[in-house]
Design a protein around this ligand. Sequence first.
Ligand code: HEM
Length: 508
Amino acid sequence: MKFAQPTGAWAGALAASLLCLSAQAAPLTRDNGAPVGNNQNSQTAGPNGPALLQDVQLLQKLQRFDRERIPERVVHARGTGAHGEFTATEDISDLTLAKVFEKGSTTPVFVRFSTVVHGLHSPETLRDPRGFATKFYTADGNWDLVGNNFPTFFIRDAIKFPDMVHSFKPDPRTNLDDDSRRFDFLSFHPESTRTLTLLYSNQGTPASYRQMDGNGVHAYKLVNDQGEVHYAKFRWATLQGIRNFDPKENEAMQGKDYSHLSRDLIEAIDRGDHPKWDLYVQVLKPEQLADFEFDPLDATKIWPDVPERKIGQMVLNRNPQNIFQETEQVAMAPANLVPGIEPSEDRLLQGRLFAYADTQLHRVGTNGLSLPINRPQVEVNNGNQDGAMNFGQTTTSVNYQPSRRENREETPRAVYSQLPLSGTTQQAPIQREQNFKQAGELYRSFSAKEKKDLINTLGGELARTDDEAKHIMLSFFYKADTEYGEGLTRVAKADLNRVKTLAAELQD
Ligand code: HEM
């Protein structure tokens, strides 16, 4: 049988496509590797007929396009990432056996900065904490320090996180932003007073990711080779100097470029202006936890007066080659810990140990940790297997442990430290709350202009809040600092006597 020769428009398109193909070194292929004959025209039944189901290139191209999106992160959806390295500059073997802190060693890192509340393409000018998450590809496996620019958090117990996030996200009925919803929720949570003060200060609108600090927020445990435990808080101190926008500058940027934070980082790295941060640690011995008026394992608190020790430096020096493969698919999780670094008993951190790995099994997939951006630099060697998109090569019959045929050894230095316990199970608030003192100290540390910007911004939002929640929130700020509370009450057009009465009932 003879096939009809191409004629008319079809012949023209075919000739053009062949011309193109011959001009290129690499042929265009389908996903099965087969070369594509014509990528310009669908296959149709005659010049005026419908498209044909047998046009596999058309079908596959649309199918793949239809599936390009994975779920965005439920929080911190908008982010930008960069590669770099961390150098340990101090000997802290008295504190930890973690290889990442061996003096003089360098460890590759990937950092993802982010906004928190809104979606993947939302403006970076929006008032928010900023995420500062670092994946260290250490010689002992991956360690993720998933932190924020603020050193404290709004709440102290993971069971409250979904409610808190719902109250910060747009109204599910209207999809409109409405800060009064968060004040309605937070009026039950005086522990949020300090972090709210940060959020509505100019620190809620950083001018550049390069020009902000990062904080681990929680206490972690450092464990040395004697099994001794120290509680530790980490802070990244920017060497570029801190710079935030005031409300006017922020509004101007919003009208000009709502991707200013990503653009600034990418352009700086491209031109060889590589940003750096020093890593600091504060440490407490377990017995020192009792010495404070507040619970030092409460994520709504900083550790004032505890000396900081500089332990290393990070430089970011390479932009991702593909945002989706690296920045979007990176799976940062507080559960990614390495020998020598363990979680503390902080109730917020304990919930995070579960939540990130769990969401990533859904967001990135069962084998997401095998992707190049997530894969450790050391070999993964266990009996975990199969699942969707598995491309690991299992070459042994022994997919269990222990085995007399081919054992996978346990590592004594990786055994967890031990925590003495007593008492019963319970569901109760922490004992030493001290919700207001550090908020007042923060307010008093601001310059006159910063105080004015904060009072106008926060007071303006509180003015639009329901009467009862507004007065309760104002009483929190008044309890933290009377000048702060009075200023906000004036801008929010609230009743100062009522605020004072409510504040008098609060304990600190
Ligand atoms: C119980 C409290 C919290 C829960 C349940 C929680 C949950 C989550 C979840 C589900 C994600 C998305 C992860 C992903 O899809 O890869 C996320 C992202 C993130 N969270 Fe939290 N979070 C909590 C508190 C915090 C705190 C206290 C901090 C800061 C210390 C923080 C910093 C971040 C950062 C930086 C990201 C983005 C990581 C990235 O860039 O990939 N979160 N959080």
